[in-house]
Design a protein around this ligand. Structure first.
Ligand SMILES: C[S@@+](CC[C@H](N)C(=O)[O-])C[C@H]1O[C@@H](n2cnc3c(N)ncnc32)[C@H](O)[C@@H]1O
Length: 352
């Protein structure tokens, strides 16, 4: 290889990075330099800081060949996260591949707000609908080791990836296969918190989706019917039945859908405190709604946190009622005897 002036070009790390990020920029990638560094760090087995310690080192042929292979994949539009097979979310590392949507930084908002809402609830029950890589469920389980976290997805492939990510991050999440609440209902549980980043792109809006996203990420993770609400609509309709009174639901969506979805909550009539939450860029990103009837952690609500608990509670209450009735009846009998005696004495008195 030679320079423009004919001298032999030495491909130092610095030069290769510069050439690559220029090439990525020409392709219109949003973070060309970062992409180039991440791919180079992967080839050299370094972190990004390590690259700068080796900045002027010439690369050997094997390193150049391996790097070229990754650059080619990136130039074809493949996301860096799939090339590397991992993505960071909530400062945790997740394995990702084309079976799952790459978790987005925006979704960390969902996790952050949700954690705030159950901060005072001991051993909260949490449900993540459409878990994909497991990012949300694993992040919650990592922060709240006392929580019991469930997650569902219609994709068995995604659930396999998610289970691997739970194991990788040493947390316990109960993954269930099926649509929305379907696999959860038979468990007879109620939840303090339900979260979801469901598919929400309208099929008619395909042109708004970046071509590389469409080409590489799973369509079932993105598209949701003609108006984009094919999953959100049943989610809003069914969530109230699975939340404790005062339980909270967070749903991520497109800013354009916020008003319609807020209207769905209002029309349902079982929700209070319906609020829109914005991401760091100020865009409206998710709707939060509270199941009417209190706040999670309120005295008495946790006792209703599962149908099983309900049964036990009702049983205890019935026993208490029976005991109270027996006590009352016994007292009435005693009173009647006492009164009868007195009346008798009165009678006796009268008769005397
Ligand atoms: C936008 S991705 C979100 C993945 C992950 N929660 C995240 O934020 O990175 C949506 C996920 O929902 C799943 N999904 C689609 N329809 C579903 C349904 N009816 N019930 C449960 N999961 C569904 C998809 O397979 C996909 O994994």
């Amino acid at each position: 290889m030679s320079d423009a002036d004919g001298s032999t070009l030495v491909w130092t790390l610095e030069k290769v990075l510069r050439w690559t990020s220029d090439r990525f920029a020409q392709k219109g990638f949003s973070s060309p330099r970062l992409d180039a560094e991440l791919l180079m760090a992967e080839v050299l087995g370094l972190d990004r800081v390590g690259l700068y310690l080796d900045y002027h080192r010439p690369l050997i042929d094997e390193e150049l060949a391996a790097f070229r292979g990754l650059v080619k994949r990136r130039l074809s539009g493949e996301p860096v996260a799939y090339i590397l097979g991992r993505r960071e979310f909530w400062s945790l590392e997740f394995h990702v591949d084309p079976r799952v949507l790459i978790p987005r930084p925006d979704t960390e908002l969902l996790v952050e707000l949700a954690l705030q809402r159950v901060a005072d609830v001991a051993e909260p029950r949490v449900l993540d609908l459409g878990t994909g890589s497991g990012a949300v469920a694993v992040a919650i389980a990592h922060e709240r080791t006392d929580a019991r976290v469930f997650a569902t997805d219609t994709s068995t492939d995604a659930l396999e990836v998610a289970a691997g990510n739970a194991e990788r991050n040493e947390v316990s999440v109960e993954f269930l296969h099926g649509s929305l609440f379907e696999p959860v209902v038979p468990l007879g549980l109620l939840f303090d918190l339900i979260l979801s980043n469901p598919p929400y792109i309208a099929e008619s809006d395909l042109s708004r989706v970046e071509p590389d996203v469409l080409a590489f990420e799973p369509r079932e993770a993105l598209l949701a019917g003609p108006d984009g609400l094919a999953v959100i609509r049943p989610l809003v309709a069914g969530a109230a039945d699975l939340l404790v009174p005062g339980g909270v639901l967070f749903v991520e969506m497109d800013p354009d859908q916020i008003e319609t979805v807020a209207g769905l909550f209002d029309a349902d009539g079982r929700w209070s405190e319906v609020a829109v939450r914005r991401d760091l860029a100020g865009r409206q990103r998710c709707v939060e709604a509270r199941r009417t009837g209190g706040h999670p952690g309120d005295e008495g609500l946790r006792g209703q946190a599962s149908v099983g608990h309900d049964d036990a509670r009702e049983h205890d209450e019935a026993r208490e009622r029976d005991e109270a009735r027996e006590r009352d009846e016994a007292r009435e009998r005693d009173d009647a005897q006492d009164t009868g005696g007195a009346e008798g004495s009165n009678e006796d008195d009268r008769s005397s």
